[in-house]
Design a protein around this ligand. Structure first.
Ligand code: EPZ
Length: 422
């Protein structure tokens, strides 16, 4: 397993390109199952999760051709020859469950393994099941697999979700495009990735309104045609790299960044004394007076503060001036980066879903272990500003969601290298 060694090396400066969104691409790819015609995605990120989704779609009979060094994915699901999403693939990546809705809509049946839990939580699928059942699907759990069928096809319905689940919204949005009649999904997730999916589905001929709000209306159509769609910028990678100059000092321009993708996050940066300026090419970030101020953070569904930026924000708060509380309200176990940051001298107290942080002047480099995707990059950010050398182990987590981390950060003046492990 590879490790990344990062040594505190003072302020950062320069430009950093932001890739296409992992969490948009992972729902755009299954959309190919809805049509017999080709779907091509551009600006796709080069990540191991995208490779996993490619493997899953190919196991269902989709042809996937990766071009332009992985940034273009040409897919064709004309000849689907399997409707079973196998446990061995699904357990590696929860987003595999996003083939359920499209397969049900296209084939009338689907067998999808339950993903099982992961480091950050139990990750159940009850909201997906309730919503698809409302559209007429019959779904039964057997041997760890969801056996779903829609005899006579899915039918439009009005359905209100108990919680604004991103994945459940995406599964229903895709399924409803081919359902008979109109679907109204209430308490829908509002993330930019939902809007990006709706844009792609509209390009394929779907009739969708209200995406980006809590109520999405879909008028079912008989079939969808092919399309080419550009994946939206990754707001989580954007927020992550905006924190690099905030933690280390200096000034960094995040190319492709847009304020509307990170609204609530930028409000918190402003409160912490970090300046964010919109430029013609993206967002320029600098730390006005050397050390950030402590600010309280509560994670919420979009447009609130994103849970996927909580670990990274905690790294900044560990060296901020003052005390703060970070409240994680989306996942039940998303503070595993805290004990690793404490090995670097951070002062954190975790009680259930809240972490109280007392900022220290300087963290000290240490051996630490990545436990999940966002925790791993949080440790790298902390290492960038720490005194001495930090060795982050198990960086395979990082490869799931961040492409070319060493190259991108080295380009800003960071002292960082990847060493291959046993
Ligand atoms: C998506 O996961 C993202 N993944 C996650 O990003 C992100 O953290 C999450 O949305 C919240 O924004 C992808 O888009 C591939 P949810 P998803 O359904 O769809 C509970 C990352 O780091 N829930 O909105 O799985 C669930 O347990 C990843 O890139 C149910 O109870 O998130 C969680 O507590 C991590 N029943 C909460 O809702 C369900 O049926 C949010 O889950 C579904 C979810």
């Amino acid at each position: 397993m590879d490790s990344i060694i990062v040594t505190g090396n003072g302020p950062l400066s320069g430009q950093i390109p932001i890739a296409g969104a992992k969490n948009a691409c992972l729902t755009l790819m299954p959309a190919t199952l809805l049509s017999e015609e080709p779907l091509t995605l551009t600006n796709a990120p080069r990540l191991s999760d995208i490779k996993t989704m490619t493997e899953l779609l190919q196991s269902l009979g989709t042809e996937v051709t990766s071009m332009s060094d992985g940034q273009v994915l040409a897919m064709s699901s004309h000849d689907m020859n399997n409707h079973i999403a196998d446990y061995d693939i699904v357990r590696k990546m929860r987003a595999s469950n996003l083939v359920l809705g499209p397969m049900l809509a296209r084939l009338g049946h689907a067998v999808v393994s339950l993903p099982g839990g992961c480091a950050i939580g139990a990750r159940p699928m009850d909201l997906h099941i309730d919503a698809l059942t409302a559209l007429g699907a019959e779904i039964e759990l057997k041997d760890g697999y969801l056996h779903a069928q829609a005899p006579g096809g899915l039918k439009g319905a009005v359905h209100e979700m108990r919680f604004a689940s991103v994945g459940a919204t995406e599964n229903v949005l895709m399924a409803a495009t081919l359902a008979k009649g109109t679907t109204v999904l209430k308490n829908a997730a509002r993330e930019p990735e939902i809007v990006d999916l709706a844009d792609c589905l509209r390009a394929m001929g779907a009739q969708i309104e209200g995406d980006g709000t809590s109520t999405i209306t879909i008028q079912g159509v008989d079939r969808l045609h092919g399309a080419t769609h550009q994946v939206v910028t990754d707001r989580i990678e954007l927020g992550t790299y905006m924190l690099a100059p905030a933690i280390c000092g200096g000034e960094v321009e995040c190319l492709g960044g847009r304020i509307e993708l990170v609204g609530a996050f930028c409000e918190k940066l402003d409160e912490a004394g970090i300046s964010v300026e919109e430029t013609a090419n993206g967002l320029k970030v600098s730390c006005k007076n050397g050390r950030a101020k402590a600010v309280n953070v509560t994670t919420e569904p979009f447009p609130g503060f994103p849970t996927d930026l909580q670990a990274q924000m905690m790294a900044l708060m560990c060296t901020a001036e003052g005390n703060c509380v970070l409240e994680e309200k989306i996942f039940e176990n998303r503070f595993m980066h805290a004990p690793e940051l404490m090995r670097m001298g951070a002062q954190i107290e975790v009680h259930g879903g809240t972490a109280s942080v007392t900022g220290v002047e300087k963290l000290k480099g240490a051996q630490v272990m990545a436990t999940d995707l966002r925790a791993s990059i949080s440790l790298i950010l902390a290492g960038l500003a720490a005194e001495g050398e930090t060795i982050v182990n198990r960086v395979y987590h990082l490869d799931r969601g961040y492409e070319r981390v060493v190259a991108k950060l080295s380009n800003l003046g960071a002292k960082i290298e990847r060493v291959s492990g046993s």
